[in-house]
Design a protein. Sequence first.
Length: 162
Amino acid sequence: MADLDIKIREAEFADLGLILTFLAQKSEFDGVPHLLEATADKLKQTLFCDSPVVRVLFAEVAEKAAGFAMFYVSYSSLLAQPCLWLDDLFVQAPMRGMGVGTALLKYLAQIAQATNCGRMEWTVNTGNAPGISFYERQGARILENIRVCRIDEDGIGLLAGK
């Protein structure tokens, strides 16, 4: 691992374009660029509003963004505590293996600790062996007995009775 000076910072309104760039890169990496519906207007409504529902961090090396994390607070009824849900973590290919992802996770753990979160959680694609290995090296347990359930926007409308 390189000995880089990695700085973590919170996204600002001026970063909307950079956030969209990282989301496009992440969707391409995940093999689902066709699912990317994020726009600057949609991000403004959720990131830079009176009550933001999600936060974004950037990891910078030499003042250039090399990775990002998007996260929000969830809740565990069993723990009766807030939890930190990591929605996206992405490091650009040339910077992988250089401590950028670790720096982002460490910063997120510090946020979780400071806000009394009972745990941090996220998903990882079962085909992403390097990602799984990375997360396990950070101390994550991959839960095999839990599956993600998802209802998309059309399904929500159907279920809601519209």
